[in-house]
Ligand binder design. Structure first.
Ligand code: ZN
Length: 504
Protein backbone atom coordinates (compact mmCIF):
# COMPACT_ATOMS: atom_id res chain seq x y z
CA UNK A 1 0.00 0.00 0.00
CA UNK A 2 1.37 3.46 -0.90
CA UNK A 3 0.53 4.69 2.59
CA UNK A 4 2.77 2.15 4.28
CA UNK A 5 6.07 3.88 3.55
CA UNK A 6 4.69 7.24 4.56
CA UNK A 7 3.13 5.87 7.75
CA UNK A 8 6.49 4.31 8.63
CA UNK A 9 8.19 7.67 8.00
CA UNK A 10 5.67 9.47 10.15
CA UNK A 11 6.03 6.98 13.01
CA UNK A 12 9.79 7.23 12.93
CA UNK A 13 9.52 10.99 13.18
CA UNK A 14 6.97 10.82 15.98
CA UNK A 15 9.23 8.44 17.90
CA UNK A 16 11.85 11.18 18.11
CA UNK A 17 9.28 13.72 19.31
CA UNK A 18 8.22 11.16 21.91
CA UNK A 19 11.85 10.57 22.96
CA UNK A 20 12.31 14.28 23.62
CA UNK A 21 9.05 14.51 25.56
CA UNK A 22 9.79 11.39 27.59
CA UNK A 23 13.21 12.75 28.52
CA UNK A 24 11.48 15.97 29.63
CA UNK A 25 9.02 13.91 31.72
CA UNK A 26 11.86 12.19 33.50
CA UNK A 27 13.49 15.56 34.27
CA UNK A 28 10.16 16.89 35.53
CA UNK A 29 9.68 13.81 37.76
CA UNK A 30 13.16 14.28 39.19
CA UNK A 31 12.48 18.00 39.75
CA UNK A 32 9.50 17.12 41.97
CA UNK A 33 11.14 14.27 43.87
CA UNK A 34 14.92 14.22 44.30
CA UNK A 35 16.50 17.26 42.63
CA UNK A 36 18.38 19.53 45.06
CA UNK A 37 16.81 23.00 45.17
CA UNK A 38 19.96 24.47 43.62
CA UNK A 39 19.14 22.62 40.41
CA UNK A 40 16.02 24.72 39.78
CA UNK A 41 17.23 27.37 37.31
CA UNK A 42 19.21 24.92 35.16
CA UNK A 43 16.34 22.42 35.18
CA UNK A 44 13.98 25.09 33.91
CA UNK A 45 16.37 25.70 31.02
CA UNK A 46 16.74 21.97 30.26
CA UNK A 47 12.98 21.54 30.14
CA UNK A 48 12.49 24.62 27.95
CA UNK A 49 15.09 23.36 25.46
CA UNK A 50 13.57 19.90 25.23
CA UNK A 51 10.09 21.44 24.87
CA UNK A 52 11.26 23.72 22.08
CA UNK A 53 13.00 20.88 20.23
CA UNK A 54 9.90 18.68 20.45
CA UNK A 55 7.70 21.54 19.21
CA UNK A 56 10.04 22.37 16.33
CA UNK A 57 10.17 18.73 15.26
CA UNK A 58 6.41 18.39 15.33
CA UNK A 59 5.74 21.46 13.18
CA UNK A 60 8.48 20.87 10.54
CA UNK A 61 7.00 21.71 7.10
CA UNK A 62 7.86 18.29 5.65
CA UNK A 63 6.03 16.60 8.53
CA UNK A 64 3.03 18.82 7.97
CA UNK A 65 2.98 17.87 4.30
CA UNK A 66 3.32 14.19 5.17
CA UNK A 67 0.40 14.40 7.60
CA UNK A 68 -1.72 16.25 5.02
CA UNK A 69 -1.02 13.61 2.37
CA UNK A 70 -1.87 10.79 4.77
CA UNK A 71 -5.02 12.55 5.97
CA UNK A 72 -6.27 12.77 2.38
CA UNK A 73 -6.07 9.01 2.01
CA UNK A 74 -6.93 7.99 5.55
CA UNK A 75 -9.65 5.59 4.31
CA UNK A 76 -6.85 3.44 2.84
CA UNK A 77 -5.17 3.16 6.23
CA UNK A 78 -5.94 0.52 8.83
CA UNK A 79 -7.83 1.53 11.97
CA UNK A 80 -4.91 2.42 14.27
CA UNK A 81 -3.02 4.29 11.54
CA UNK A 82 -6.10 6.28 10.54
CA UNK A 83 -6.64 7.25 14.19
CA UNK A 84 -2.97 8.18 14.48
CA UNK A 85 -3.17 10.47 11.46
CA UNK A 86 -6.32 12.15 12.80
CA UNK A 87 -4.71 12.81 16.20
CA UNK A 88 -1.39 13.99 14.77
CA UNK A 89 -3.21 16.33 12.37
CA UNK A 90 -5.00 17.84 15.35
CA UNK A 91 -1.77 18.16 17.39
CA UNK A 92 0.11 19.68 14.46
CA UNK A 93 -2.72 22.13 13.71
CA UNK A 94 -2.76 23.33 17.32
CA UNK A 95 1.05 23.53 17.51
CA UNK A 96 1.40 25.54 14.29
CA UNK A 97 -1.06 28.23 15.36
CA UNK A 98 1.53 30.08 17.42
CA UNK A 99 5.25 30.70 16.79
CA UNK A 100 7.68 28.87 19.06
CA UNK A 101 8.85 32.31 20.25
CA UNK A 102 5.40 32.85 21.79
CA UNK A 103 5.61 29.60 23.75
CA UNK A 104 9.16 30.46 24.84
CA UNK A 105 7.83 33.75 26.19
CA UNK A 106 5.01 31.96 28.02
CA UNK A 107 7.45 29.42 29.50
CA UNK A 108 9.80 32.13 30.68
CA UNK A 109 6.98 34.18 32.17
CA UNK A 110 5.51 31.09 33.83
CA UNK A 111 8.81 30.33 35.55
CA UNK A 112 9.07 33.89 36.90
CA UNK A 113 5.41 33.88 37.93
CA UNK A 114 5.80 30.53 39.71
CA UNK A 115 8.74 31.86 41.72
CA UNK A 116 6.80 35.00 42.68
CA UNK A 117 3.76 32.91 43.62
CA UNK A 118 5.80 30.61 45.90
CA UNK A 119 7.02 33.63 47.87
CA UNK A 120 3.68 35.47 47.78
CA UNK A 121 1.78 32.42 49.03
CA UNK A 122 4.03 32.10 52.07
CA UNK A 123 3.36 35.74 52.93
CA UNK A 124 -0.29 35.70 51.85
CA UNK A 125 0.56 38.71 49.69
CA UNK A 126 -1.67 38.83 46.61
CA UNK A 127 -0.39 42.29 45.61
CA UNK A 128 3.12 40.86 45.06
CA UNK A 129 1.92 38.44 42.43
CA UNK A 130 -0.91 40.49 40.87
CA UNK A 131 1.29 42.09 38.16
CA UNK A 132 2.41 38.60 37.07
CA UNK A 133 -1.17 37.43 36.91
CA UNK A 134 -2.14 40.47 34.85
CA UNK A 135 0.56 39.54 32.35
CA UNK A 136 -0.60 35.90 32.40
CA UNK A 137 -4.16 36.95 31.60
CA UNK A 138 -2.86 39.08 28.74
CA UNK A 139 -0.76 36.18 27.36
CA UNK A 140 -3.75 33.84 27.66
CA UNK A 141 -5.87 36.28 25.65
CA UNK A 142 -3.11 36.44 23.02
CA UNK A 143 -3.00 32.66 22.89
CA UNK A 144 -6.76 32.61 22.30
CA UNK A 145 -6.34 35.09 19.47
CA UNK A 146 -4.35 32.44 17.56
CA UNK A 147 -7.67 30.56 17.34
CA UNK A 148 -9.89 33.22 15.76
CA UNK A 149 -12.71 30.72 15.20
CA UNK A 150 -13.18 30.31 18.98
CA UNK A 151 -16.43 31.70 20.38
CA UNK A 152 -14.88 32.40 23.81
CA UNK A 153 -11.21 33.13 24.69
CA UNK A 154 -11.18 30.12 27.05
CA UNK A 155 -12.37 27.69 24.36
CA UNK A 156 -8.94 26.93 22.82
CA UNK A 157 -7.54 26.31 26.30
CA UNK A 158 -10.41 23.99 27.24
CA UNK A 159 -10.10 22.17 23.92
CA UNK A 160 -6.38 21.59 24.52
CA UNK A 161 -7.18 19.61 27.69
CA UNK A 162 -10.69 18.31 27.01
CA UNK A 163 -11.11 17.94 23.27
CA UNK A 164 -14.53 18.84 21.97
CA UNK A 165 -15.67 20.81 25.01
CA UNK A 166 -16.28 24.56 25.05
CA UNK A 167 -17.55 27.22 27.42
CA UNK A 168 -20.94 26.72 25.77
CA UNK A 169 -21.02 23.05 26.83
CA UNK A 170 -19.26 23.32 30.20
CA UNK A 171 -21.14 26.33 31.58
CA UNK A 172 -24.66 24.81 31.54
CA UNK A 173 -23.27 21.55 32.93
CA UNK A 174 -21.64 23.39 35.82
CA UNK A 175 -24.73 25.54 36.43
CA UNK A 176 -26.78 22.36 36.81
CA UNK A 177 -24.15 20.80 39.04
CA UNK A 178 -23.94 23.86 41.26
CA UNK A 179 -27.72 24.14 41.59
CA UNK A 180 -27.84 20.54 42.82
CA UNK A 181 -24.74 20.62 45.02
CA UNK A 182 -25.25 23.83 46.99
CA UNK A 183 -28.45 22.58 48.74
CA UNK A 184 -26.95 19.09 49.14
CA UNK A 185 -23.90 20.51 50.90
CA UNK A 186 -26.22 22.75 52.92
CA UNK A 187 -28.06 19.73 54.31
CA UNK A 188 -25.06 17.46 54.93
CA UNK A 189 -21.91 19.48 55.53
CA UNK A 190 -20.50 20.14 58.91
CA UNK A 191 -18.62 23.32 59.77
CA UNK A 192 -16.53 21.68 62.48
CA UNK A 193 -12.88 21.16 61.59
CA UNK A 194 -12.15 17.85 59.93
CA UNK A 195 -10.75 15.18 62.23
CA UNK A 196 -7.97 12.93 60.97
CA UNK A 197 -9.75 10.02 59.26
CA UNK A 198 -7.09 7.51 60.36
CA UNK A 199 -5.17 9.29 63.14
CA UNK A 200 -1.61 8.09 63.66
CA UNK A 201 1.23 9.30 65.82
CA UNK A 202 4.19 8.10 63.78
CA UNK A 203 5.57 8.78 60.37
CA UNK A 204 7.57 5.95 58.90
CA UNK A 205 7.98 3.57 56.03
CA UNK A 206 4.85 1.69 57.08
CA UNK A 207 2.65 4.44 55.61
CA UNK A 208 4.28 4.06 52.22
CA UNK A 209 4.28 0.28 52.39
CA UNK A 210 0.56 0.01 53.14
CA UNK A 211 -0.32 2.60 50.48
CA UNK A 212 1.73 0.76 47.90
CA UNK A 213 0.13 -2.56 48.77
CA UNK A 214 -3.32 -1.05 48.20
CA UNK A 215 -2.12 0.27 44.82
CA UNK A 216 -0.57 -3.01 43.67
CA UNK A 217 -3.66 -4.92 44.82
CA UNK A 218 -5.68 -2.73 42.41
CA UNK A 219 -3.36 -3.91 39.63
CA UNK A 220 -0.66 -1.23 39.55
CA UNK A 221 2.31 -3.09 38.04
CA UNK A 222 5.54 -2.40 39.93
CA UNK A 223 7.66 -4.02 37.23
CA UNK A 224 6.55 -1.01 35.15
CA UNK A 225 6.28 1.55 37.94
CA UNK A 226 7.56 2.89 41.24
CA UNK A 227 6.43 4.99 44.18
CA UNK A 228 8.17 8.05 45.66
CA UNK A 229 7.26 10.74 48.17
CA UNK A 230 6.32 14.28 47.16
CA UNK A 231 4.49 17.33 48.50
CA UNK A 232 2.12 17.62 45.51
CA UNK A 233 1.33 14.09 44.31
CA UNK A 234 1.19 13.20 40.62
CA UNK A 235 1.50 10.24 38.28
CA UNK A 236 3.73 10.43 35.23
CA UNK A 237 4.38 8.28 32.18
CA UNK A 238 7.85 7.86 30.72
CA UNK A 239 6.91 4.84 28.57
CA UNK A 240 4.63 1.82 28.49
CA UNK A 241 7.13 0.14 30.77
CA UNK A 242 7.63 3.08 33.14
CA UNK A 243 4.64 4.82 34.76
CA UNK A 244 5.42 6.28 38.19
CA UNK A 245 3.29 7.44 41.11
CA UNK A 246 4.00 9.71 44.05
CA UNK A 247 2.50 9.80 47.53
CA UNK A 248 1.96 12.58 50.05
CA UNK A 249 2.46 11.73 53.72
CA UNK A 250 0.73 13.37 56.64
CA UNK A 251 2.43 12.53 59.95
CA UNK A 252 -0.93 12.69 61.76
CA UNK A 253 -3.32 11.01 59.32
CA UNK A 254 -2.70 7.78 57.43
CA UNK A 255 -5.63 8.57 55.11
CA UNK A 256 -3.54 11.17 53.26
CA UNK A 257 -0.99 8.57 52.13
CA UNK A 258 -3.68 6.02 51.25
CA UNK A 259 -5.97 8.29 49.23
CA UNK A 260 -3.25 10.26 47.44
CA UNK A 261 -1.83 6.88 46.40
CA UNK A 262 -5.18 5.45 45.27
CA UNK A 263 -5.78 8.62 43.25
CA UNK A 264 -2.42 8.55 41.50
CA UNK A 265 -2.61 4.78 41.05
CA UNK A 266 -5.89 5.39 39.18
CA UNK A 267 -4.07 7.71 36.77
CA UNK A 268 -1.26 5.16 36.50
CA UNK A 269 -3.56 2.19 35.82
CA UNK A 270 -4.91 4.16 32.87
CA UNK A 271 -1.42 4.86 31.48
CA UNK A 272 -0.16 1.32 32.14
CA UNK A 273 -3.27 -0.01 30.39
CA UNK A 274 -2.74 1.81 27.09
CA UNK A 275 -2.11 -0.84 24.40
CA UNK A 276 1.56 -1.55 23.87
CA UNK A 277 1.22 -1.26 20.07
CA UNK A 278 0.56 2.49 20.49
CA UNK A 279 3.94 3.02 22.22
CA UNK A 280 6.02 6.03 21.14
CA UNK A 281 3.14 7.63 19.21
CA UNK A 282 0.84 10.48 20.32
CA UNK A 283 -1.89 7.84 20.79
CA UNK A 284 -0.05 6.40 23.79
CA UNK A 285 -1.60 8.36 26.63
CA UNK A 286 -4.89 9.07 28.34
CA UNK A 287 -7.33 10.86 26.05
CA UNK A 288 -8.25 14.02 28.00
CA UNK A 289 -7.96 15.72 31.37
CA UNK A 290 -11.56 14.86 32.24
CA UNK A 291 -11.36 11.18 31.29
CA UNK A 292 -8.02 10.86 33.09
CA UNK A 293 -9.42 12.38 36.24
CA UNK A 294 -12.47 10.11 35.97
CA UNK A 295 -10.14 7.14 36.43
CA UNK A 296 -8.22 8.58 39.38
CA UNK A 297 -11.52 9.50 41.04
CA UNK A 298 -13.12 6.15 40.20
CA UNK A 299 -10.40 4.25 42.06
CA UNK A 300 -10.03 6.83 44.82
CA UNK A 301 -13.72 7.48 45.53
CA UNK A 302 -16.06 4.95 43.93
CA UNK A 303 -13.78 2.11 45.04
CA UNK A 304 -11.60 3.53 47.84
CA UNK A 305 -14.27 5.49 49.68
CA UNK A 306 -16.88 2.71 49.48
CA UNK A 307 -17.96 0.51 52.38
CA UNK A 308 -17.20 -2.79 50.58
CA UNK A 309 -13.63 -1.60 49.99
CA UNK A 310 -13.07 -0.99 53.72
CA UNK A 311 -13.98 -4.58 54.51
CA UNK A 312 -10.95 -5.51 52.41
CA UNK A 313 -8.62 -2.58 53.28
CA UNK A 314 -9.02 -2.31 57.04
CA UNK A 315 -7.36 -5.64 57.93
CA UNK A 316 -4.38 -4.65 55.76
CA UNK A 317 -4.13 -1.31 57.55
CA UNK A 318 -4.49 -3.02 60.95
CA UNK A 319 -1.64 -5.43 60.27
CA UNK A 320 0.83 -2.54 60.03
CA UNK A 321 -0.98 -0.13 62.35
CA UNK A 322 -2.22 -2.01 65.45
CA UNK A 323 -3.61 1.30 66.79
CA UNK A 324 -6.64 0.70 64.51
CA UNK A 325 -7.37 -2.75 65.96
CA UNK A 326 -10.64 -1.56 67.53
CA UNK A 327 -11.83 0.16 64.34
CA UNK A 328 -14.54 -1.52 62.26
CA UNK A 329 -15.16 -1.05 58.51
CA UNK A 330 -18.30 1.06 59.02
CA UNK A 331 -16.48 3.56 61.22
CA UNK A 332 -13.47 3.65 58.90
CA UNK A 333 -15.89 4.30 56.03
CA UNK A 334 -17.50 7.21 57.89
CA UNK A 335 -14.09 8.59 58.84
CA UNK A 336 -12.90 8.75 55.23
CA UNK A 337 -16.15 10.34 54.06
CA UNK A 338 -16.44 13.36 56.35
CA UNK A 339 -18.12 16.29 54.61
CA UNK A 340 -16.83 19.71 55.56
CA UNK A 341 -17.25 23.26 54.35
CA UNK A 342 -13.63 24.01 53.73
CA UNK A 343 -11.48 26.59 52.03
CA UNK A 344 -8.94 24.31 50.36
CA UNK A 345 -9.79 22.50 47.14
CA UNK A 346 -7.23 19.70 47.49
CA UNK A 347 -8.60 18.80 50.94
CA UNK A 348 -12.24 18.85 49.86
CA UNK A 349 -14.56 15.84 50.15
CA UNK A 350 -16.60 14.34 47.31
CA UNK A 351 -19.61 16.57 47.96
CA UNK A 352 -17.92 19.98 48.11
CA UNK A 353 -15.05 19.38 45.67
CA UNK A 354 -16.85 20.43 42.50
CA UNK A 355 -17.98 23.70 44.06
CA UNK A 356 -14.32 24.66 44.50
CA UNK A 357 -13.70 23.82 40.84
CA UNK A 358 -16.76 25.67 39.52
CA UNK A 359 -15.77 28.84 41.39
CA UNK A 360 -12.33 28.80 39.73
CA UNK A 361 -13.76 28.03 36.30
CA UNK A 362 -16.23 30.91 36.42
CA UNK A 363 -13.64 33.36 37.72
CA UNK A 364 -11.19 32.49 34.95
CA UNK A 365 -13.91 32.96 32.33
CA UNK A 366 -14.61 36.42 33.77
CA UNK A 367 -10.89 37.30 33.82
CA UNK A 368 -10.29 36.29 30.21
CA UNK A 369 -13.49 37.90 28.95
CA UNK A 370 -12.42 41.16 30.64
CA UNK A 371 -15.45 41.18 32.95
CA UNK A 372 -13.21 40.93 36.02
CA UNK A 373 -9.92 42.70 36.71
CA UNK A 374 -7.06 40.93 38.50
CA UNK A 375 -7.25 43.53 41.31
CA UNK A 376 -10.90 42.54 41.93
CA UNK A 377 -10.16 38.82 42.00
CA UNK A 378 -9.72 38.29 45.79
CA UNK A 379 -13.01 40.03 46.52
CA UNK A 380 -14.85 38.03 43.86
CA UNK A 381 -13.26 34.85 45.23
CA UNK A 382 -14.41 35.59 48.78
CA UNK A 383 -17.94 36.43 47.62
CA UNK A 384 -18.25 33.10 45.79
CA UNK A 385 -16.88 31.08 48.73
CA UNK A 386 -19.38 32.81 51.00
CA UNK A 387 -22.34 32.13 48.72
CA UNK A 388 -21.47 28.60 47.56
CA UNK A 389 -19.68 27.07 50.53
CA UNK A 390 -20.60 29.36 53.40
CA UNK A 391 -16.99 30.02 54.37
CA UNK A 392 -14.71 33.02 54.07
CA UNK A 393 -10.95 32.78 53.57
CA UNK A 394 -8.96 34.40 56.37
CA UNK A 395 -6.12 35.38 54.07
CA UNK A 396 -5.04 35.02 50.46
CA UNK A 397 -3.01 31.87 51.16
CA UNK A 398 -6.27 30.07 52.01
CA UNK A 399 -7.99 31.85 49.15
CA UNK A 400 -6.91 32.97 45.74
CA UNK A 401 -3.25 31.96 46.19
CA UNK A 402 -3.85 28.32 47.18
CA UNK A 403 -3.58 26.70 43.73
CA UNK A 404 -0.58 26.89 41.44
CA UNK A 405 -2.57 26.71 38.17
CA UNK A 406 -3.02 30.44 37.48
CA UNK A 407 0.61 31.13 38.41
CA UNK A 408 2.53 28.57 36.38
CA UNK A 409 1.13 28.70 32.86
CA UNK A 410 -1.82 30.23 31.07
CA UNK A 411 -5.11 31.03 32.80
CA UNK A 412 -7.94 28.80 31.56
CA UNK A 413 -8.47 25.17 30.69
CA UNK A 414 -6.89 23.66 33.80
CA UNK A 415 -9.84 23.34 36.16
CA UNK A 416 -12.90 22.06 34.29
CA UNK A 417 -11.31 18.61 33.90
CA UNK A 418 -11.50 17.98 37.65
CA UNK A 419 -15.27 18.38 37.78
CA UNK A 420 -15.85 16.62 34.44
CA UNK A 421 -13.74 13.77 35.84
CA UNK A 422 -15.91 13.48 38.94
CA UNK A 423 -19.06 13.33 36.83
CA UNK A 424 -17.57 10.79 34.42
CA UNK A 425 -16.18 8.61 37.22
CA UNK A 426 -19.72 7.58 38.14
CA UNK A 427 -20.82 7.18 34.54
CA UNK A 428 -17.94 4.75 33.87
CA UNK A 429 -18.40 2.98 37.20
CA UNK A 430 -22.12 2.44 36.53
CA UNK A 431 -21.27 0.94 33.14
CA UNK A 432 -18.73 -1.36 34.79
CA UNK A 433 -21.25 -2.36 37.46
CA UNK A 434 -23.83 -3.23 34.81
CA UNK A 435 -21.27 -5.56 33.22
CA UNK A 436 -20.01 -6.94 36.56
CA UNK A 437 -23.01 -7.80 38.74
CA UNK A 438 -20.79 -9.12 41.57
CA UNK A 439 -18.73 -5.94 41.77
CA UNK A 440 -19.47 -5.20 45.45
CA UNK A 441 -18.50 -8.75 46.41
CA UNK A 442 -15.28 -8.35 44.43
CA UNK A 443 -14.43 -5.14 46.28
CA UNK A 444 -15.21 -6.67 49.67
CA UNK A 445 -12.95 -9.59 48.83
CA UNK A 446 -10.14 -7.45 47.43
CA UNK A 447 -10.59 -8.92 43.94
CA UNK A 448 -9.99 -5.99 41.62
CA UNK A 449 -9.03 -7.71 38.39
CA UNK A 450 -12.59 -7.93 37.01
CA UNK A 451 -13.06 -4.13 37.33
CA UNK A 452 -9.50 -3.35 36.27
CA UNK A 453 -9.74 -5.71 33.30
CA UNK A 454 -13.06 -4.22 32.21
CA UNK A 455 -11.71 -0.67 32.34
CA UNK A 456 -8.50 -1.72 30.60
CA UNK A 457 -10.40 -3.29 27.74
CA UNK A 458 -13.04 -0.59 27.32
CA UNK A 459 -11.19 2.60 28.27
CA UNK A 460 -7.43 2.29 28.88
CA UNK A 461 -6.30 0.21 25.91
CA UNK A 462 -7.60 2.78 23.39
CA UNK A 463 -5.25 5.56 24.50
CA UNK A 464 -6.17 8.58 22.37
CA UNK A 465 -7.65 6.55 19.49
CA UNK A 466 -11.20 7.80 20.04
CA UNK A 467 -12.10 11.44 20.81
CA UNK A 468 -12.99 11.66 24.52
CA UNK A 469 -16.72 12.21 24.15
CA UNK A 470 -16.95 9.42 21.54
CA UNK A 471 -15.24 7.11 24.03
CA UNK A 472 -17.68 8.12 26.79
CA UNK A 473 -20.66 7.46 24.57
CA UNK A 474 -19.35 4.16 23.29
CA UNK A 475 -18.45 2.81 26.74
CA UNK A 476 -21.40 4.11 28.77
CA UNK A 477 -24.09 4.19 26.07
CA UNK A 478 -24.81 7.88 26.60
CA UNK A 479 -23.14 11.28 26.30
CA UNK A 480 -21.63 12.99 29.33
CA UNK A 481 -24.50 13.41 31.78
CA UNK A 482 -24.67 14.43 35.43
CA UNK A 483 -27.74 12.45 36.57
CA UNK A 484 -25.84 9.28 37.50
CA UNK A 485 -23.35 11.36 39.44
CA UNK A 486 -26.02 13.24 41.40
CA UNK A 487 -27.88 9.99 42.05
CA UNK A 488 -24.67 8.51 43.44
CA UNK A 489 -24.06 11.46 45.78
CA UNK A 490 -27.68 11.56 46.95
CA UNK A 491 -27.68 7.82 47.55
CA UNK A 492 -24.44 7.94 49.47
CA UNK A 493 -25.15 11.01 51.59
CA UNK A 494 -28.96 11.21 51.82
CA UNK A 495 -30.24 7.71 50.99
CA UNK A 496 -31.98 5.40 53.43
CA UNK A 497 -28.76 3.53 54.07
CA UNK A 498 -26.71 6.71 54.39
CA UNK A 499 -25.04 7.05 57.74
CA UNK A 500 -22.63 9.68 56.63
CA UNK A 501 -24.41 12.72 58.06
CA UNK A 502 -24.07 11.21 61.55
CA UNK A 503 -20.90 11.94 63.48
CA UNK A 504 -18.34 9.18 63.08
ZN1 ZN B 1 -5.81 13.63 39.35
Amino acid sequence: MPGDVEIAQLKEHLREVDDLRSAASLLAWDQSTYMPSGGGPARGRHLATLGRLAHERLVQPDVQRLVERLARRSDELDGVDADLVRVVARDVDRATRYPSSFMAMVTEHAAASYGAWTRARQLGDFGAVAPYLERTVELSQRYAAYFPEAAHPVDPLIDAADEGMTVATVEPLFAELRAALVPLVESVADSAPRRPALPIARNDEAQLRVALQLATDLGYDLARGRQDVTAHPFAIRMAHGDVRITTRLDPGDLAEALFSTLHEAGHALYEQGVARELEATPLASGVSAGVHESQSRLWENLVGRSLPYWHYALPIVQRSFPEFKALDPERAYRGVNQVRRSLIRTEADELTYNLHVIIRFELELALLAGRLQVAELPEAWAARYQSDLGVLPEGHADGVLQDVHWFAGLVGGAFQGYAIGNVLSVQFFDAARAALPDLDAHLTGGTFEPLHGWLREHVYAHGRRLPPMTLVERVTGRPLTIEPYLAYLRGKYLGAAATLAAPA
